[in-house]
Design a protein around this ligand. Structure first.
Ligand SMILES: Cc1cc2nc3c(=O)[nH]c(=O)nc-3n(C[C@H](O)[C@H](O)[C@H](O)COP(=O)(O)O)c2cc1C
Length: 163
């Protein structure tokens, strides 16, 4: 049995829905046990016991959210050199961009010697005004389907040992 860890942070619900959709997709793979953890519940031990990772969170101020960054800061040295070669993917909820968060995570994952199995999946929520940015988000079916697909692909690859 392989283990997939999905670590998520969300301020207004978009990234949480994305993480849950990915977990639904992964659940279709019988050879994989999926763990869905909020960033404040996850620690180095969860990273060490998993075979692959999906990181999910919003872009905030052209970067990873502070909460996601704090999780990575907390875990970086305790697991350094112990995750080498494991596969991962990244999903970003963004008002209009998302590339800053994607670049930042890619650099951190390179330090951990993780292997990206897909391009970052960025879902644009079109929140631009303060009111829209602070409002609870609900994503359309196409966005959620893409997240489900990525979760399923990651789980299938883990089960088959192709990464
Ligand atoms: C403090 C803050 C900063 C943000 N900065 C960006 C940004 O740099 N680029 C962007 O595309 N969206 C930005 N957004 C919009 C969020 O990424 C967008 O609303 C996203 O859907 C939030 O995901 P969540 O619902 O999971 O929290 C920002 C939102 C907040 C609250």
């Amino acid at each position: 049995m392989k283990r997939l860890l999905i670590v998520w942070h969300s301020r207004t619900g978009a990234a949480r829905d994305m993480a849950e959709a990915a977990a639904r997709g992964a659940a279709g793979e019988p050879g994989v046990e999926t763990r869905l953890l909020a960033v404040d519940e996850a620690g180095p031990e969860n990273l060490l016991e998993a075979d692959g990772y999906l990181f999910v969170g919003p872009e905030n101020l052209a970067a990873l959210s502070g909460e996601m960054k704090a999780f990575l800061d907390r875990c970086y040295y305790p697991v350094l050199e112990r995750l080498n070669g494991r596969p991962y993917a990244h999903m970003v909820a963004a008002g209009s961009d998302g590339t800053g968060a994607a670049r930042q995570l890619a650099r951190i994952a390179t330090g951990w010697r993780l292997k990206p199995i897909a391009e970052p999946l960025i879902v644009i929520t079109h929140a631009q005004t303060p009111e829209a940015i602070l409002a609870a988000k609900s994503l359309d079916g196409a966005a959620l389907a893409a997240c489900e697909e990525l979760g399923a692909a990651l789980a299938a690859g883990l089960a088959m040992g192709v990464f």
